[in-house]
Ligand binder design. Structure first.
Ligand code: PBG
Length: 321
């Protein structure tokens, strides 16, 4: 691996290299429950810092931060504002909590008024959107700008999740230009257009207002494109590649692992979490055993880094035994 991203990750001792996601919102002392994700909260920066400090104490090696801005607009200006919600959250965490890896999700969907992961063409004369409605060049430029502003704020790794062609290359170029040649990129390389993201869109307030994400995310029925997407991200300069979701795509994780000699992450996504929580709340399953078994499955498939809303719970359980 070219870049120095291993020290924090390998030290975790959990065996899974777990990354805990956080949703950060405006305000002070805010901790708002997300109905479709029991145990997950939208947190203001101050409360998030407290939670990240706790995660650090538990031995969680890293966090990934998602932002929900005050206002959304067509150009996603909140995404690349140096004083935006994620940028402030990163600065606060880096200032107050030492020794935990801070990753930022680089996407526009939380910041666009329409909820798509890029900026879009205006509608056609008949009022409908054209089939290819993403303005790719503009989108990629804004994603790169967003990544640079995250790293300026102190992010250790940026994770572009928009699935826009050329995004990794553009981010690499702009980071290098800005003097951040050593900052690694974790590409959401094989990201499927999945129904398993449903609860996340409640948490991040990022459900698209029209259409869906199938024009830029992968078709869940097809596996072949996943490998070429991963290859493209690697060629463009990704340092870690990711498969997402994890559980319904263990075959893809294994294929990527066998094909590419790269650090491999998997995202145990929101519905994969919420389904376990819902069944556990009913008393139908043994939550601890189910969670450990599924994380083991993801690791067995080949992922060495797992992003999971269960991260803090798992580290806590490990302390209890
Ligand atoms: C942003 C993004 C999404 C997730 C991570 N980054 C949502 C989406 O693509 O709609 C989903 C994560 C989860 O479900 O936990 N593009």
């Amino acid at each position: 691996m070219k870049k120095a991203l291993t020290p924090l990750l390998k030290k975790s001792g959990s065996g899974y290299n777990l990354i805990m996601p956080y949703f950060v919102v405006e305000g002070k002392n805010v901790s708002r429950a997300i109905a479709s994700m029991p145990g997950v909260y939208q947190l203001s920066v101050d409360r998030m810092v407290t939670e990240v400090a706790r995660a650090k104490e538990l031995g969680v090696p890293g966090v990934i931060i998602f932002g929900i801005p005050k206002a959304k607009d067509a150009e996603a200006t909140g995404a690349y504002d140096d004083h935006g919600i994620v940028q402030r959250a990163v600065r606060a965490v880096k200032d107050k909590v030492k020794g935990i890896l801070v990753i930022t999700d680089v996407c526009l969907c939380e910041y666009t008024s329409h909820g798509h992961c890029g900026v879009v063409h205006c509608c056609q004369e008949n009022g409908e959107m054209p089939k290819k409605f993403i303005r790719l060049k503009d989108t990629v430029a804004l994603l790169a700008k967003t990544a640079v502003s995250h790293v300026k704020a102190g992010a250790d790794i940026v994770a572009p999740s928009a699935m826009m062609k050329g995004q990794v290359k553009a981010i690499r170029q702009e980071l290098d230009k800005a003097g951040f040649g050593q900052t690694p990129i974790m590409g959401y390389s094989a990201k499927f257009a999945s129904a398993f993201y449903g609860p996340f869109r409640d948490a991040a307030e990022s459900a698209p207002r029209f259409g869906d994400r199938r024009s830029y995310q992968l078709d869940p029925k097809v596996s072949t494109k996943a490998l070429s997407e991963v290859a493209a991200d690697i060629a463009e300069g990704a340092d870690i590649v990711m498969v997402k979701p994890a559980l319904a795509y263990l075959d893809i994780i294994r294929q990527v692992k066998d094909r590419f000699d790269m650090p491999l992450a998997a995202y145990n996504v929101s519905a994969e979490y919420s389904m376990v929580k819902a069944a556990a709340a009913k008393g139908w399953i043994d939550e601890k055993k189910i969670v450990l078994e599924k994380l083991n499955a993801i690791r067995r498939a080949g992922a060495s880094i797992i992003i999971s809303y269960h991260a803090c719970d798992v580290m806590r359980w490990k302390r209890e035994v």
